[in-house]
Design a protein around this ligand. Structure first.
Ligand code: SF4
Length: 210
């Protein structure tokens, strides 16, 4: 499981489960207590809105995981979100709620490799939705759906599959895009490279029928 990683020095790194970067008091206390009890050397934030506990000795790994509860990649396909209408004055849509639903919607897809998704509450795109495999961007009139973005070594802006759609329509489009990707992608081929190989038109035809 990627959320528990063996490091070069023989210690472990654990990522507690934090859906859309949220954490409650109980989880915070559990993390605090394992860090203090085992004198763990590092807690840091990842780029994906999660906390990471570093330098966990092998002999206490089981106790740490048991105490902090589910770890990050229980859901393999993680979804980021900006604050949206939960607290941003520029927000056009409720990005946090939609991200939570999207996570549920895509969690059972069997895909060639990991999938990064992101939901932004307006076109400022603070959750970097255009450079995620699946991106949603809120507008007054609905959601923009992007597919095939990547922020890694070869940056790629995602292709817009639909604009001004409802959340249900967006989920239907995402489901079809992922089904097409699952069927035709090579092992470990990320969506950005997949779209480049098969063409945007092929993806649009499979998803939108045009
Ligand atoms: S994307 Fe828009 S709604 Fe989300 S945090 Fe940025 S400005 Fe606010």
């Amino acid at each position: 499981m990627r959320a528990v990683k063996l490091r070069k020095d023989g210690s472990y790194t654990v990522v507690p489960r934090m859906s859309q970067g949220r954490i409650n008091a109980e989880q915070l206390l559990a993390i605090y207590s394992v860090v203090q009890e085992h004198n763990l050397p590092g807690v840091r934030l990842t780029a994906g809105q999660r906390l990471m506990l570093d330098g966990i000795p092998a002999e206490v790994l089981e106790a740490v995981v048991e105490k902090i509860g589910p770890v990050g990649d229980v859901y393999r396909h993680k979804v980021q979100a900006c604050l949206g209408t939960a607290g941003c004055k520029l927000a056009m849509q409720d990005s946090m709620s939609l991200a939570e639903k999207l996570e549920e919607h895509i969690k059972d897809f069997v895909l060639p490799t990991k999938l990064k998704s992101s939901v932004s509450g307006c076109s400022m795109c603070c959750a970097e939705s255009m450079i995620r495999d699946v991106g949603l961007i809120g507008r007054k009139t609905g959601w923009t759906v992007s597919f095939g973005g990547n922020g890694g070594k070869r940056v790629r802006r995602g292709d817009i599959l639909a604009e001004d759609v409802s959340s249900q329509e967006a989920f239907d489009i995402i489901g079809k895009a992922l089904a097409f990707y699952a069927e035709h992608a090579k092992v470990k081929e990320r969506t950005a490279r997949f779209v480049e190989r098969v063409s945007v038109d092929a993806v649009k035809k499979a998803v939108l029928g045009k």
